[in-house]
Ligand binder design. Structure first.
Ligand code: NAP
Length: 458
């Protein structure tokens, strides 16, 4: 894919970029390597000051950044502004908590290991390569970079090829905030250039947020180099509605859970699994609310759903829906790409989706919901757990015993009860099964890229 900004609302290429040469990539790796020596010697207090300055720069640049996100990947402008603020908040959170999360721990009874003192500490490991997607072009990167830099590591970013201007903004952000030159660099390289960087001995670990094939490819290279890897991959999250739920509220939240960011969120609810007792009520409310969404220019403050980020993504979604309809699925809202410029797909609700249809097992990365009627919680769980994904999940119930049963049995990295899945700097984030390995965010995410060093003293 060419490295270029192509406006999804118009389909027009706005700006193209030359990839970095091998020599430039090597210069940036060397710079990140040198910066690690400096950064690891700084205090948490110093790094926190720089991180807070970075957060302030982003807030100062909010209108510029929000417009950039909207033009590069089509996110409606209100959501784009919220992403900038969330990124700045996340940076401040790690500035405030890194020292506490990485504090050394002592064994209470050192004599049990024949020592006068023993325990563990978290040391930084060096350069971390981050391969990131376009769907939240700032937040995806910041949720890696803020904890990594606060731990004393340095970062190299290979961003998605369709968000080069966001990537270049991030290239200089940390340096502008006061971090040593080289603490964070963007590499403008195609996906095919990742292997060479990851095999460089100065690069110590890697993380990828994106599709399953990309994750598998990166992990196999990391495995052959014995380098640590964290993967945040796709999802097809279930949203279960049981009879005791507040059905009106569930239907309202379901609309946002599916259609936020034009339906292009890994943790979007994608499959709505509804008990027969409330199925007709939920489905009617849900389909009506989806049909009422305002679709249009993402720079317009009134727009709820804009175009998909790429033409290929829109075409793939259209093929998944056409396959389901051809095999007997019923369209309750939307169902096709409108006849207009830009890569739009109408917010869609489908029922009567069966296992022979692609949408039953595949991720729908756009505003397309499937609704399933079930007659028991066991049937709901079987459908919920019946894909290869396991990112997050939601269950709507006001029965405490039922809630506990779903929380224990849903095969996912998270369960949200009577709400929709979201990411928070305060909570770990990640999936099971083919949705990924490892965790981002919170103390546990920060420690992924640290050397947990055991210290024993005679
Ligand atoms: P993608 O094609 O995998 O791209 C993601 C990143 O990986 C881009 O920087 C891409 O570079 C790079 N890449 C692609 N193939 C690669 C390879 N073989 N080796 C190394 N790097 C490679 O992902 P997408 O389809 O654009 O993004 C949507 C997917 O991401 C969905 O499945 C979504 O669920 C998932 N996602 C997951 C999370 C999560 O936290 N779990 C969050 C957001 C998105 P190029 O752009 O240059 O190809």
């Amino acid at each position: 894919m060419a490295i270029a900004t192509t406006n999804p609302y118009t389909g027009q290429i706005e700006k193209t970029f030359e990839p970095h040469s091998d020599e430039e990539v090597d210069r940036r790796i060397a710079s990140a390597h040198a910066a690690f020596d400096t950064l690891r010697g700084t205090t948490f207090t110093q790094r926190a000051e720089w991180m807070r300055a970075g957060a302030q720069l982003m807030e100062d640049d909010i209108e510029h950044l929000a417009r950039l996100i909207t033009i590069e990947m089509g996110r409606p402008i209100k959501g784009a502004r919220a992403e900038v603020l969330k990124s700045a908040k996340g940076m401040r959170y790690y500035a405030d908590h890194a020292e506490e999360f990485l504090a050394p721990e002592s064994l209470d009874d050192a004599s049990a290991v024949s020592a006068s003192a023993a325990g563990t500490r978290y040391d930084p490991i060096g350069i971390i390569l981050a391969v990131m997607p376009w769907n939240y072009p700032l937040w995806q990167v910041l949720r890696f970079a803020a904890p990594a830099l606060m731990a004393g590591n340095t970062g190299l970013l290979k961003h998605a090829s369709n968000v080069p201007q966001a990537a270049l903004y991030l290239d200089t952000l940390f340096e502008r905030a006061g971090f040593p030159v080289g603490a964070f660099h963007t590499l403008l390289i195609p996906a095919s250039g990742v292997e060479r960087v990851l095999r460089d001995p100065r690069v110590k670990a890697t993380t990828l947020t994106g599709s399953e094939p990309a994750g598998r490819s990166l992990a196999s290279i990391a495995g052959s180099e014995v380098k640590h890897v964290v993967l945040e991959l796709g999802g097809s999250d279930p949203f279960v509605v049981m009879p005791s739920a507040d059905v009106e509220k569930a239907a309202t939240v379901a609309v946002t859970a599916r259609n936020q960011n034009n339906g292009q969120s890994c943790i979007a609810a994608k499959r709505f699994i509804v008990h027969a007792d409330v199925y007709d009520e939920f489905t009617r409310l849900f389909a009506d609310k989806v049909a009422a969404l305002t679709v249009g220019d993402p720079l317009d403050e009134q727009t709820d759903v804009g175009p998909l980020a790429t033409e290929s993504g829109r075409d793939e979604l259209a093929e998944q829906v056409a396959d389901a309809v051809a095999k007997g699925a019923t369209v309750l809202a939307g169902g096709s790409a409108p006849d207009r410029d830009g890569w739009f797909f109408a917010p869609t609700v489908l029922e009567a989706v069966t296992p022979d249809m692609r949408l039953y097992l595949e991720e729908a990365f756009g505003p397309v919901a499937t609704v399933y009627r079930v007659s028991s919680r066991e049937e709901a769980l079987a459908i919920a757990n019946g894909t290869t994904f396991g990112l997050s999940s939601a269950v709507w119930t006001n029965d405490a015993e039922e809630e506990d049963w779903f929380v224990r049995n849903l095969d996912a990295g998270a369960v949200f009860v009577n709400g929709m899945t979201a990411s928070f700097p305060e909570l770990p984030f990640g999936g099971v099964k083919d949705s990924g390995v490892g965790r981002e965010l919170a103390a546990v995410g920060m420690r992924e890229f640290c050397n947990l060093k055991t210290v024993w003293k005679a």
